[in-house]
Design a binder for this molecule. Structure first.
Ligand SMILES: [Zn+2]
Ligand SMILES: [Zn+2]
Ligand SMILES: [Zn+2]
Ligand SMILES: [Zn+2]
Ligand SMILES: [Zn+2]
Length: 322
């Protein structure tokens, strides 16, 4: 608040001074006003800024270019009158926005005016929307910034356009394979896939089933006729009343059995009174599967030379044999 008041006061004072000045020295002002510009060049060349109030308004309007002029020409400091050149487009008008054009004076000053919006759409470059193939035409558009667009078709291609290569027939080590690349019209290019090195065998097929006495066989073959044969593992014995149904062999008798898993299965828990040196363990006992051999079941049975364990056994305890 105080500041504002001060500023107003100063302004009032200033206007008073000017008014008095005019009234007091109406005639003198002409003389003193002209004096500096006449005496100036001969007397002090560069110190214009410090001389008299009359010069100042000129300076501030016309800027720096005035000073060198004054010092060179001296007597007739002609005030600069802008001379503006041709109108030049600064921002071109579109049909949504006005443009801007300017005309410059060599002093840097310029005048500006707007260019009215265009009454017509202004379209950009053509852009491909859909590419042409050799069966269908493509589409391209050029957009105006308002969203309007013009559309034209791209002519069909005169040549086939082929896709990726696809395997039609695989290569073997006897025959080459075939691959093709198709054009959408149905035309295609074809080339061969080189033969594969080495036999290419098919799936294994069982040629003879295994029994508990004899191993079966399986076989696989290559297109050239080459065959591979492998033996199948023996089937385990399947006992009924401790006698194998397949080969008639007898399971070891006198072993210790213990019910496990909720009394649904048996495990061998000890040698019992069995004296066999070649142990043959049954896969079932009293109508229930034998699924385990307990820990230390045959521990210390040094006389054993072999143990035949059925497939039904899925767990063998610690130190069962040694
Ligand atoms: Zn100018
Ligand atoms: Zn438009
Ligand atoms: Zn084609
Ligand atoms: Zn082969
Ligand atoms: Zn058997």
């Amino acid at each position: 608040m105080k500041r504002k008041f001060l500023v107003v006061l100063l302004a009032v004072l200033a206007t008073f001074c000017m008014a008095f000045g005019f009234a007091a020295c109406g005639e003198k002002s002409d003389e003193t006003g002209n004096n500096p510009s006449i005496t100036d060049p001969s007397g002090t060349q560069g110190n214009q800024g410090s001389q008299g109030g009359t010069q100042k308004p000129d300076d501030s309007e016309q800027g720096g270019e005035q000073k060198p002029d004054d010092s060179e020409q001296g007597d007739t400091p002609a005030p600069h009158v802008h001379s503006f050149g041709e109108w030049k487009v600064e921002t071109p008008a579109t049909h949504l926005k006005e443009g801007v054009e300017r005309q410059y004076c060599e002093c840097g000053e310029y005048q500006e005016q707007s260019i009215p919006k265009l009454t017509e759409h202004t379209y950009g470059d053509w852009q491909e929307v859909e590419s042409a193939t050799h069966l269908t035409e493509g589409v391209e558009r050029q957009y105006c910034e308002c969203g309007e667009y013009q559309e034209q078709s791209i002519p069909k291609l005169t040549e086939h356009t082929y896709g990726d290569w696809q395997e039609v027939e695989p290569a073997t080590h006897l025959t080459e394979g075939v691959e093709r690349q198709y054009c959408e019209c149905g035309e295609y290019n074809e080339k061969s896939i080189p033969k594969v090195e080495g036999h290419s065998f098919g799936e294994w097929k069982v040629t003879k089933e295994s029994t508990c006495k004899e191993a079966g066989t399986k076989e696989r073959s290559c297109a050239c006729g080459e065959k591979e044969t492998e033996a199948l593992p023996l089937m385990g014995h399947d006992f009924e009343d401790m006698i194998c149904k397949g080969c008639g062999i007898q399971a070891s008798l006198g072993l210790e059995y213990t019910l496990i898993n909720g009394d649904k299965e048996y495990k061998i828990s000890g040698i019992g009174n069995c004296t066999d040196t070649d142990l043959i363990i049954t896969n079932n006992y009293q109508g229930k599967p034998v699924t385990g051999i307990g820990s230390s079941a045959f521990y210390g049975c040094n006389g054993l030379t072999s143990v035949t364990i059925p497939d039904s056994v899925t767990s063998i305890g610690e130190s069962a044999f040694v």
